[in-house]
Design a protein around this ligand. Sequence first.
Ligand SMILES: [Zn+2]
Ligand SMILES: [Zn+2]
Ligand SMILES: [Zn+2]
Length: 155
Amino acid sequence: MVEQRLATLLDSLRSRGERLTSARYALLAVLAKAEDHLNAEQLSNEVSRTNPAIHRATIYRTLETLRRLGIVEHTHLGHGPAVYHLADDVHQHLVCEGCGWVAEAPATLFRSVERTLQREFGFVMRANHFAVVGRCRRCSGDAGDTPKRSAMGVG
Ligand SMILES: [Zn+2]
Ligand SMILES: [Zn+2]
Ligand SMILES: [Zn+2]
């Protein structure tokens, strides 16, 4: 699964005539298998661990290049640094401001809002750039089950 995903990404780079540098490869490999949301520093640590020869500055620059190419996207989960995703996995994030719980929700969550904004204002909304902030079931005092990661069954 991870291998397949990585192969598809590498193909899409090649088909655009983009070079496949060792830093690009290493970064995409880390992103393809990451199960958590990693910020630039964590990504850089992860790449350095397996590829000590790649300079930090190169990793940061490569991350920006992949973003410009539309292969990587970032999102803001709260007040901390942005976290990164492969652009083939679009989803919305829910973040609890009480305990920091993070869940992934379907990208279609804001579809009707998107349609309204487009129609009324000609505005194209990119809802997944920021997380939806609120309070999880436990923090809002609801006596239900403790929420789990990916409680909405996505990602
Ligand atoms: Zn941003
Ligand atoms: Zn909470
Ligand atoms: Zn996510």
